[in-house]
Design a binder for this molecule. Structure first.
Ligand code: DER
Length: 231
């Protein structure tokens, strides 16, 4: 992925948008981790916030840095969600400007829930995530016993599904919610909104990694600063 300096700048820039009293959605991945660490330092300096984690990983890190945690059903909405992405459409002339592929960390079911629940959702990324057209595989979280029938439907849609292998254990990745992940290659995705609708309609699909029309802004860390995209 991109440089740590770029990721750190993006994460720390997003943390600056968090005001006293905020309830903040805490995304998953290495870029958002910089935002979570920055928020931990702000809490040490007296900032009073509550965090809603999007994964076991972000929960662990938030606890480690001292951010008070809460849950969606215990608050009246979220002020801001900060999260990373695997790809971000960066083309102001494109209808899909600001569309994301997420799910590299297999946390996208809870991420989409939390990111969508926030009044404002900002993405933190390094330049390697920017693209003019989404073309990475789309992670699709599926009920475990549905993975073969969902794979068949993905092929009907022109995709090539691959069950995500765990690597550190025998067998497939199992998400925090106990689901499996199909990484679905569709090539270049001309109409992410249309594909998102089709994927959501497949029985057995828990959540897919197309986040269309959700992000309000992206902070792009560079080697010497931060660029902001507003959508
Ligand atoms: O899983 C996700 O959607 C994450 O946000 C992730 O893919 C981005 O991870 P990174 O910040 O470590 O690149």
């Amino acid at each position: 992925g991109g440089s740590d300096a770029a990721k750190r700048r993006a994460g720390e820039r997003a943390a600056e948008d968090v005001a006293d009293g905020f309830v903040v959605g805490l995304g998953t991945g290495s870029t958002t981790a910089y935002a979570i660490r920055a928020l931990g330092r702000a809490v040490d300096d007296g900032l009073e916030i509550r965090g809603v984690p999007t994964s076991f990983q972000s929960r662990q890190l938030a606890l480690e840095v001292g951010i008070e945690l809460t849950d969606l059903d215990a608050v009246d909405g979220l002020d801001l969600a900060i999260d990373g992405a695997d790809q971000v459409v960066d083309d102001a002339d494109a209808a899909a400007h600001g569309a994301l592929i997420k799910g590299g960390g297999a946390a996208h079911a809870r991420e989409k829930l939390v990111d969508a629940a926030a009044d404002r959702f900002v993405v933190v990324a390094d330049p390697s995530k920017l693209t003019t057209r989404l073309e990475r595989s789309v992670p699709v979280a599926v009920l475990p016993d549905a993975h073969t029938v969902v794979a068949d439907r993905i092929r009907d849609l022109g995709g090539e599904p691959t069950l995500r292998d765990a690597g550190e254990k025998d067998g497939p990745v199992v998400t925090d919610n106990g689901n499996l992940v199909l990484d679905c290659a569709f090539g270049s995705i001309d109409d992410p909104d249309e594909l998102a609708t089709r994927l959501s309609a497949i029985p057995g699909v828990v959540e897919h990694g197309l986040f269309v029309g959700m992000a309000d802004a992206t902070y792009v860390g560079t080697d010497d600063g931060v660029e902001t995209r507003h959508y």
